[in-house]
Design a protein around this ligand. Structure first.
Ligand SMILES: Cc1cc2nc3c(=O)[nH]c(=O)nc-3n(C[C@H](O)[C@H](O)[C@H](O)COP(=O)(O)O)c2cc1C
Length: 264
């Protein structure tokens, strides 16, 4: 499955069966009780802002999903990233176009429409709907004519065990994490591989555009876990203090002994 951020929609409403499916998914996919995703089936151009004037503004989406979190939770950013990316990938699989929007939207309006409580904040939203086949000229500008889609090679992102000693499944998990979307494509995640775990950390503590890098890391966490599952590998996340974000400790489906004992 491939996904790209889309910013210009044709006004066609989301098909009823798809709305029902997504609504059901939102009620079932609840990885953390401090987070929730709310579907607002309403044309909502006014919640989006342009990057420069109206340029880059999300246009024509018939509906959006708000990613909401309890701001008292110290790990809320990564938890919302994880939840939101699960939702975005599911929407993509349902043939909907999406775009994570963490900066250029109006949180007051989004909160109102999503019915956010006192302790809750809408950390990001995604428009959902249908688009034309190719990118529009404006979308091409926003995508930096492809630049904003390029990803860093794993060699720049990973430390810890030599690749030859990685447990099976780790390479695929990290390749999936590398391809995750991030705000302004900054790819702030760094990974450390050990015999029975992968640690996700941010490159530094300087957030930009008022969007937490921990949110991006939550997105990468979801990619790691989904790809690991695809290799029949399961694990559990443990949250960590900054600059680290979380550690995925493998619990099933990995063979650390086989690799660690391998002749050097
Ligand atoms: C947390 C987050 C916030 C984002 N905020 C915005 C935004 O405010 N406006 C926008 O046009 N794109 C936004 N994006 C989309 C990114 O620019 C885009 O994901 C990135 O350039 C990679 O491109 P791709 O999604 O097509 O792979 C955001 C992405 C993430 C993950």
């Amino acid at each position: 499955m491939s996904r790209r951020s889309r910013r210009q929609f044709d006004a066609r409403p989301v098909e009823n069966s798809t709305l029902i499916y997504i609504q059901k998914f939102l009620s079932e996919f609840s990885p953390y009780p401090e987070t929730r995703a709310v579907l607002v089936n309403q044309a909502t151009d006014e919640i989006f802002k342009g990057a420069i004037g109206n340029l880059g503004k999300i246009k024509g989406a018939p509906a959006f999903i708000a990613f909401v979190g309890n701001i008292d939770d110290p790990n809320i950013q990564e938890k919302v990233g994880y939840l939101g990316e699960g939702v975005i990938l599911e929407a993509t699989a349902s043939n909907l176009a999406t775009c994570w929007v963490g900066g250029f939207f109006r949180p007051e309006i989004a909160s109102l429409l999503a019915g956010a409580g006192k302790k809750e904040r809408v950390l990001a939203v995604t428009p959902i709907g249908y688009t034309r086949e190719g990118l529009s000229f404006e979308e091409k500008i926003m995508a930096g004519f492809g630049r904003n889609h390029q990803r860093k090679p794993l060699a720049e992102l990973v430390s810890g065990l030599e690749e030859t000693n990685w447990p099976g499944g780790v390479k695929k998990a990290l390749e999936a994490a590398r391809l995750a979307p991030s705000a302004v494509n900054r790819q702030p995640w760094r990974f450390e591989v050990q015999a029975d775990n992968i640690t996700v950390a941010v490159d530094n503590l300087n957030d930009s555009y008022n969007i937490s890098k921990r949110l991006d890391c939550g997105i990468a966490m979801l990619h790691i876990e989904v790809a690991a599952l695809d290799s029949m590998m399961k694990g559990q996340w443990e949250f960590l203090e900054p600059p680290e974000v979380a550690r995925f400790i493998f619990t099933e489906g990995f063979e650390p002994g086989a690799r660690l004992d391998a002749p050097r």
